[in-house]
Design a protein around this ligand. Structure first.
Ligand SMILES: *Cc1c(COP(=O)(O)O)cnc(C)c1O
Length: 356
């Protein structure tokens, strides 16, 4: 039986979006394909408030994280860690043999501008990694504030942001914030089938990349730029997913409208957070709660697996706590095409099942 996904990736995909993939295949060197990519890129630039390059990679997010690590640094990278996905940035940096150090905050607590300032003051770094929305803890790091600090005091440091579970769900003003890489797989807030990653890259990142040796090939901005102005990708793109993306971006930008879109997310987040406060607790620092998922602290000691099994019988799925938080927490996503009514429905099911 298919379940409606209230999981923080993949998320529920509407039938209309699934159908948009089934139009006849385009050849990726044709004019028709170029027109499709041009439209999608322009819409993504609007969504991300950027005029700089936005690439489409046939890959999950992790591949693009790896690609961006390989072309960021000639000195050392500072990996900021306060959850499982920010730790992944570090693991990728190490696995690629790129020099790095870490700073850490406890899970559920933010990385702050002060912490970053203290670490960058040594002058050893020329890039920094961050996660915008930590899917493992349900926390949003203050990326805008950190980027403001870095751009003012450390202009040579590139800011690489894993925005996987935040992009298209919370406003990211890529140019105004001064970010250098912002990437996200489309199975989260974009509510598309998995397999495509969006990556915004600043002009200065592209310049830096040209001076980094052993920067790889598949994810190389230099390689992508060979076809960028023609609105094509270097290797064969995920054409069907890009068709679905085009339909989804029209719904976000035109049918719903961007401001309404951000408002819907805000309303769902406030509703689920209040529900969690009433019946359970919240795991992360209250001042930095995610707008796209809620990590509910299991203060009642319920059996999360059993709850999810029973939700499954009603046609829905939520997520257990991530990694070490299994059983200690459960996560309800309010991302993608879910609505406030969906959020009210899932919490009502949980209340009913648990007799709250
Ligand atoms: C889901 C997720 C990832 C990993 O994405 P893949 O598409 O599985 O590679 C990375 N970072 C964050 C914050 C995520 O939520």
């Amino acid at each position: 039986m298919y379940k409606k996904l209230f999981t923080p990736g993949p998320t529920h995909v509407r039938g209309k979006i699934l159908d948009a993939q089934t139009v006849p295949m385009l050849h990726h060197r044709s004019k028709e394909y170029s027109e499709l990519q041009k439209q999608v890129t322009t819409k993504l630039q609007k969504l991300l408030y950027t005029e700089q390059h936005v690439y489409l990679f046939a890959s999950s997010s992790t591949g693009v994280m790896e690609g961006s690590i390989r072309q960021a640094s000639n000195k050392k990278i500072l990996n900021t860690i306060n959850g499982a996905f920010s730790k992944r940035w570090h693991e990728i940096t190490v696995a690629n043999g790129v020099a790095c150090d870490t700073i850490e905050a406890p899970w559920g607590e933010p990385i702050t501008p002060e912490m970053v300032d203290e670490a960058l003051a040594s002058g050893e770094y020329d890039a920094l990694t961050m996660v915008f929305n930590e899917t493992s803890t349900g926390l949003m790091n203050p990326v805008k504030e950190i980027a403001a600090l870095v751009n003012e005091k450390y202009p040579d440091v590139l800011i690489l942001v894993d925005a996987v579970s935040g992009m298209a769900g919370a406003k990211i003003e890529f140019d105004a914030w001064g970010l250098d890489v912002g990437l996200a797989g489309v199975q989260k807030c974009f509510a598309l089938p998995a397999g495509l990653t969006v990556c915004a890259v600043s002009d200065r990142s592209r310049e830096r990349a040209l001076n980094v040796s052993d920067r790889g090939f598949y994810f190389s901005y230099e390689q992508m730029d060979k076809k960028y102005d023609k609105h094509q990708t270097r290797a064969t793109p995920a054409v069907s997913l890009i068709q679905a993306m085009n339909a989804q971006l029209d719904d976000i930008l035109v049918v719903e409208g961007l401001e309404n879109h951000w408002k819907r997310y805000q309303e769902m987040a406030e509703y689920v957070q209040n529900w969690a406060r009433k019946y359970f607790g919240l795991y992360s620092n209250e001042e930095y709660l995610s707008h796209t998922l809620t990590n509910v602290k299991n203060t009642r000691g319920i059996d999360v697996v059993e709850l999810n099994n029973r939700l499954g019988l009603r046609g829905a799925a939520i997520s257990n706590g991530y990694g070490p938080l299994k059983g200690e927490c459960f996560r309800i996503a309010h991302m993608g095409d879910l609505t406030l009514n969906d959020a009210k429905w899932i919490t009502a099911q949980i209340e009913d099942i648990l007799d709250l």
